[in-house]
Design a protein around this ligand. Structure first.
Ligand code: ME8
Length: 500
């Protein structure tokens, strides 16, 4: 049995969850569920990033202590993931004791291994990014992401000797020992090595809301050093029980947005090497949504609320709509008005209609009893399965959705070509073969949908009498002809009622 460890970024919870935070969480969920379907031992981690000046300031504005504020907001994120049927195995909060223990151990390890030195820092700090920027990063004197002027900060800090580890990190990225996907993002990261990447400070003396350094309590851990270590702390790093760390580390894939590429692709591997730990195998950098042409972000206040989408379309459709908008690695502009149109075309008229049509025909012509086996669609379905698997092995969630659509189109085309309503009058033997093929195709569609729309998948498979599909292994589920002749099917209730 293989293991699969997938993570999302841990989100800043100074604002409510939005479709940008839902996007990598949904993608990671699809990957986790796919690997569970394959029988792998899966660890799927998400969480919340709760320290730093930005959080403290937002809590104060809300009239709460930082901890009260974080508790409320973390609960909102958990509720959102719950409503979206996210199957995370763990949710790590950076204010938890287990996380703090990990951060302290990690920083001590860096110091012990001579990767930390004391220095003086003066620079332009953007609180939105929680990072120092150089003049070169600015556009019209402002941070291009948060559109605010950074503050000049000068303080005594402890620094991480990044420069010492850069050649090794670059080598590993070059040869894909640390694989950065898509390729364009790997090139972007390699481009960063040509610029002057300086050492960075791992502590702050001006910030109070954070984890104090073990050897100098006047400083707290820099929020990025604090945050990145969540990926190992959730596995028990810093505790007495490192069973999970030994089993699951290194991560098979960290999913992240392009805004945090440098931290994940350069800083994090460098710190891991310095601490004597293995580096992640893959980092998948997904694209960013803008909304109606505008940059979307908590700091800018033009967010689309996933709770509203769930209310309007249901959890499964929200999952589908968000994941299918753009190729996973590319940016794209969300046009909220398109959601209802796509819902009707792909789900109500597409998958939903196919499922109810096929099960109704089985009911009408064979009283819901599965006819004798036929294998006319076997080869085409096998080809689509291989596209589906290749997509998910390469973390291309949108491509897996395309493969599912192909199954649906194959079925619709087969109905139109064979016209079962005419066969019912002329050739009942042929009709039986056609209905078997359609029911079996629907079963494959149901299985392939499980990582993407779990509730829909289960409804389809239940109607086909396949309630126990999770007990079967993936190889068996993909084989053509698993649906037993003479078994009983039921009509599918409408899966996606049309929206006006
Ligand atoms: O950066 N479109 O948290 P964060 C698509 N706490 N994805 C988006 C998006 C958008 N408009 N906006 C955000 C942080 N995201 C740190 C991470 S990890 C150790 C610490 C997604 O809440 C994208 O994946 O600001 C981004 O990287 C992530 O949300 C976290 O954003």
């Amino acid at each position: 049995m293989s293991k699969f460890y997938v993570t999302t970024p841990i989100y800043y919870i100074n604002g409510e969850p939005h479709i940008g935070s839902a996007y990598p969480t949904l993608a990671a969920d699809v990957l986790a569920r796919y690997h569970r379907l394959k029988g792998d031992e899966v660890m799927f981690l998400t969480g919340s990033d709760e320290h730093g000046a930005k959080m403290a300031e937002t809590a104060e504005k809300a009239g709460k202590t930082p901890q009260e504020f974080c508790d409320e907001m973390a609960a909102k994120f958990m509720e959102c993931w719950d409503e979206l049927d996210i199957s995370n195995d763990d949710f790590i909060r950076t204010t938890s004791d287990r996380h703090k223990a990990g951060v302290i151990k990690f920083i001590e390890k860096l110091k012990e291994n001579d990767a930390v030195y004391e220095g003086e820092y003066e620079g332009l700090y953007c609180q939105g990014c929680e990072a120092f920027l150089t003049e070169r990063d600015l556009v019209n004197g402002e941070c291009p992401i948060h559109r605010v002027k950074p503050q000049m900060i000068s303080e005594k800090n402890y620094f991480f000797n990044l420069k010492k580890y850069l050649p090794e990190v670059k080598r590993m990225i070059d040869v894909d020992e640390i694989r950065i996907l898509p390729e364009s993002k790997k090139n972007e990261v390699l481009g960063l090595f040509k610029q002057d990447i300086g050492d960075f400070s791992i502590s702050r003396s001006s910030v109070k809301w954070g984890i104090p350094l073990p050897w100098d309590e006047s400083q707290v851990a820099y929020v990025w050093v604090d945050a990145l270590t969540n990926y190992i702390n959730a596995l028990g790093y810093g505790s007495d029980d490192i069973t999970k760390l030994e089993k699951f580390w290194p991560a098979d894939v960290h999913i992240l947005g392009k805004d945090i590429l440098k931290f994940h692709c350069i800083y994090w591997p460098a710190m891991l090497i310095a601490a004597g730990l293995l580096t992640p195998k893959n980092l998948y950098v997904h694209g960013f949504f803008t909304v109606d042409g505008q940059k979307m972000g908590k700091s800018l206040g033009n967010v689309i609320d996933p709770f509203n989408l769930i209310k309007e379309f249901g959890a499964d459709a929200t999952r589908y709509l968000l994941l299918s908008q753009f190729p996973f690695g590319q940016d794209g502009d969300i046009k909220a008005a398109q959601f209802a149109i796509q819902y009707n075309s792909d789900l109500a008229n597409g998958i939903g209609n196919f499922a109810s049509r096929v099960t109704s025909m089985a009911e009408k012509y064979f009283e819901g009893v599965v006819p004798a086996r036929d294998s006319e669609l076997k080869n085409e379905v096998e080809k689509i399965w291989s596209e589906y698997e290749d997509s998910l092995e390469g973390f291309q969630v949108d491509q897996a959705i395309e493969a599912v659509k192909k199954l649906n189109q194959l079925g619709d085309g087969y109905v139109e070509k064979n016209k079962p309503w005419e066969l019912a009058k002329t050739d009942v033997k042929r009709l039986a073969g056609v209905i078997y093929n359609l029911l079996e195709l629907l079963r494959h569609l149901g299985v392939a949908l499980w990582p993407i729309m779990p509730e829909t998948s289960e409804k389809i498979l239940r109607a086909l009498g396949q309630d126990d599909f999770r007990q079967k292994d993936f190889v068996t589920l993909k084989v053509w002809g698993l649906l037993e002749p003479e078994s009983k099917t039921n009509k599918n209730e409408p899966l996606f009622p049309r929206i006006q």
